[in-house]
Design a protein around this ligand. Structure first.
Ligand code: CU
Length: 151
């Protein structure tokens, strides 16, 4: 029975070593791929919500009839992908390391003003309601300063 006791932890070691090896080259692991469709002049979906920070692939498909592009901007992030021809798609990889709001839009002249823009929110999972829109307005933060310890 001594031998069995010795073999057990060894096999555990092997199991631990043979972890999943990701084929992705460089950067962190991609958390998720987000599909975005572009056309004149809108982004679909117009609102993207991501529950946690990390590296994401934005798969942009141009369903329009002219070339489009995509830019993500906010919280120190500025990522852009060049012209995507009609019917083509491209992937924009962005590392969103901070919770907050980001802007997504088509940086081609006039397209954003015409409606090719959307909101990207990171970290919305905290305090999110189950259904409907939850607008928390003016949470009363009573800051009463009792001087404990003074005496
Ligand atoms: Cu465009």
């Amino acid at each position: 029975m001594r031998r069995l006791l010795f073999l057990l932890p060894l096999s555990l070691l092997f199991a631990a070593c043979g972890g999943s090896s990701s084929p992705s080259a460089g950067g962190g692991p991609v958390m998720q791929m987000i599909q975005i469709s572009e056309k004149e002049y809108s982004l679909t979906p117009g609102t993207v919500t991501i529950s946690k920070t990390g590296t994401y692939d934005f798969r942009v498909t141009n369903n329009g009839t002219i070339a489009h592009a995509l830019e993500i901007q906010g919280n120190g992030v500025e990522k852009k992908i060049g012209d995507i021809q009609p019917g083509a798609s491209a992937t924009l990889r962005a590392t969103l390391s901070k919770d907050g709001s980001y802007e997504i839009y088509c940086p081609i002249d006039g397209h954003r003003d015409s409606g090719m823009e959307g909101d990207l929110t990171v970290g919305a999972a905290m305090g999110g309601g189950s259904t409907g829109t939850t607008e928390d307005e003016g949470s009363t933060t009573s800051d009463d300063g009792y001087g404990y310890g003074s005496g």
